[in-house]
Design a binder for this molecule. Sequence first.
Ligand SMILES: CC(C)(COP(=O)(O)OP(=O)(O)OC[C@H]1O[C@@H](n2cnc3c(N)ncnc32)[C@H](O)[C@@H]1OP(=O)(O)O)[C@@H](O)C(=O)NCCC(=O)NCCS
Length: 185
Amino acid sequence: MDLTGVDLTTEAVRTDRLVLRPHRPEDADAVFRACRDAETRRWLLALPEPYTRAAAEEFVTVTSPRGRAEGRDLSCAIEADGELVGSCGLHHLDDGRRLGPEVGYWVAPWARRRGYASEAARALADWALERGAPRVHLLADVGNGTSQAVAERAGFVREGVVRSCLSYRDGSRADAVLFGRLPGD
Ligand SMILES: CC(C)(COP(=O)(O)OP(=O)(O)OC[C@H]1O[C@@H](n2cnc3c(N)ncnc32)[C@H](O)[C@@H]1OP(=O)(O)O)[C@@H](O)C(=O)NCCC(=O)NCCS
């Protein structure tokens, strides 16, 4: 993958309806409200428990910008009509040897079922493939049918099941469906 000339700290990706841009301090309120949603909490492995306003502030001002600054992640707010409707990211940009970049996403409960996650995931995969990534992957819990539908709508191909690769806050583990997109898909 060749990121010559790309400034990850400011990079934004535009689609028909969305702007995928760096998080800003003003995003904390919407992130806080969205990440208190039970469905978001059910599937996002890394969310602290309980989810506080301070955790949302830390995510938008420290964690998300740090991944960009260190060249690992393109972590983005999903903005539609000027409002934050979710977050998405391309992770492990510096891992050229194994599964390569990974796409992840959540959409706020008030903005679901409009195709935003599919549009964002497709755009991030396109971004990586256009810059020479040989593949982009995505993992969804075998029980998360909505996320699997998103992956397929974003052009990913179902590749198989990775057993016991997800670990949850309560100590349980789960199998995930592995999806991949290659330049020709
Ligand atoms: C998964 C998530 C990001 C989807 O966001 P979204 O913007 O609503 O997704 P989209 O609108 O692009 O696509 C959802 C589609 O999945 C389809 N779908 C929903 N549940 C489904 C199921 N159980 N099986 C198959 N398809 C399903 C819907 O038909 C919908 O398409 P439609 O509304 O056009 O009919 C959102 O529900 C979310 O944030 N969930 C919690 C966090 C999460 O699971 N993140 C992914 C972790 S891998």
